[in-house]
Design a protein around this ligand. Structure first.
Ligand SMILES: Cc1ncc(COP(=O)(O)O)c(C=O)c1O
Length: 437
């Protein structure tokens, strides 16, 4: 049967790039594959594989950064734990949009959230010789597991699909009670599934973190992007959900990449709880010649990794936080387009036989946002991806993200509304070619 992209071309490119199984390809391998196919094909893809912002960077950030550069900050090393205005505005941001108190001291910039999690894992893996292992609540962001690999630190994972609600407690207890876990990591909203933990689930995580004395690494890369509720009213509910309401053992990671479309400048902040920042750990003395959690993150690990975060980018982030805090920059409105596109795209898939894999938070449908998950009855994720490539649609398999479900993660950010008609036609043809019994 004829398909929008020639089957021969797709298969030739797969073997030329030495990809054994498309279903096992990393995000970057899928990107390279689709680039290679597109170079030789008259038809363009509906590209849903990579989670990059599809919007212009926040103007207030760009302007502040240009000003800072004109003022000469490029020649000066910034403080490793961050410039004062950024620390203060970050602390205000956490208060106004989460209703959580973290002193400026614990608000520390990092070179993207990626560096923040790297530094935090590095420390959390050495707090206690018994607690060697990081627990990922999957599905999750694959690069954080790569960080563990690079550090040589062990990790465990489980797919949360079957452990939503109260079932999460017993599952976590069964792992944490062994005594080898130092921290739990998850993203919320979740990359790739776009599930958001309910308050009940966050409470369970927080209570168990306190009970077993472990740290929760809460990755808020998609802060306030649960568009089911409008989370932009500084200082007023509803607030971004967080485990910080239920435990003192937390590090929050707030990235500028998606919420401010500032991915290229590589800046985010980690907010370490006041209690954890100032807590002494005996083992840190021998391992890092240091004392508290906060000092070890900043004066040992970040110092060694990059000696701080780009000075001008810190001014940009301080300005973006300030404008948001002052009620002058509704950053949520700016990114709502992702949710609106997701709603339309999900409908197109569902109308053509696809199912949403991660469908619910409690009894509520998951929000429409940056990602959604799709499966097609009778196909594994790998088969589905391979077949969809012939129809000019690309994504990544859920298997890549620690999910046990068969299906794909679709990212909406780089699909233009002008491609919706094409997407619909291709999915209709796919559905005709692979009819469901
Ligand atoms: C869950 C999650 N965490 C972290 C990141 C990376 O953030 P940053 O660009 O700030 O390093 C991403 C980017 O896709 C993400 O999806």
């Amino acid at each position: 049967m004829s398909t929008p992209i020639s089957r021969e071309l797709v298969d030739q490119c797969i073997s030329r790039l030495r990809i054994d199984e498309v279903g096992n390809a990393t995000i970057r391998e899928v990107v390279a594959l689709v680039n290679a196919i597109e170079e030789e094909s008259p038809e363009k893809f509906v590209r849903m594989e990579m989670g990059i912002p599809g919007l212009p960077p926040a103007k207030v950030g760009v302007e502040a950064e240009i000003e800072a550069l004109k003022d000469g900050v490029a020649s000066k090393y910034p403080m490793i734990d961050g410039i004062k205005p950024l620390k203060e505005e970050a602390s205000r941001f956490v208060k106004l949009f989460m209703d959580v108190d973290v002193k400026p001291q614990g608000c520390i910039p990092s070179v993207g959230s990626m560096q923040g999690t790297y530094a935090a894992f590095m420390v959390s893996c050495h707090l206690d010789p018994q607690k060697t292992t990081v627990l990922f609540i999957d599905p999750g962001f694959p690069v954080q597991k790569q960080q563990m690999l690079v550090m040589g630190c062990p990790f465990e994972t489980f797919d949360v699909f079957n452990y939503r609600g109260e079932a999460l407690r017993a599952k976590l207890e069964s792992i944490l009670s062994k005594g080898h876990i130092n921290s739990i990591v998850y993203s919320n909203p979740n990359n790739p599934s776009w599930i958001c933990f309910t308050e009940e689930e966050l409470k369970i995580i927080g209570e168990l973190a306190t009970k077993y004395d472990i740290i929760v690494m809460e990755d808020l890369a998609y802060f306030a992007m649960d568009f089911r509720r409008d989370l932009y009213t500084p200082g007023e509910p509803p607030y971004q959900s967080t485990v910080a309401r239920y435990t003192d053992n937390y590090v929050l990671f707030i990235s500028s990449s998606k919420i401010f479309s500032y991915a290229g400048q590589r800046i985010g902040i980690m907010a370490i709880s006041d209690a954890l920042y100032n807590r002494d750990y005996e083992n840190l003395k021998s391992r890092f010649h240091s004392n508290t959690f906060g000092n070890t993150v900043t004066q040992r690990v970040l110092y060694a990794l990059s000696s701080g975060t780009s000075h001008s980018a810190q001014h940009a982030l301080a300005a973006m936080f300030k404008a948001a805090n002052d009620g002058q920059f509704n950053f949520v409105d700016e990114v709502k387009e992702y949710g609106e596109k997701a709603k339309i795209m999900k409908d197109l898939f569902v109308k053509n036989g696809f199912q949403i894999v991660y469908e619910k938070d409690g009894d509520q449908a998951v929000a429409d946002g940056f990602y959604f998950t799709i499966g097609y009855p009778g196909m594994t994720g790998g088969e589905l991806l391979h077949n969809l490539l012939y129809y000019g649609v690309s994504a990544i398999t859920l298997k890549n993200t620690g999910s046990e479900k068969e299906g794909l993660r679709a990212c909406v950010s780089h699909v233009a509304r002008s491609q919706f008609a094409d997407l619909e036609k291709r999915l209709q043809q796919f559905h005709q070619d692979y009819p469901l019994s």
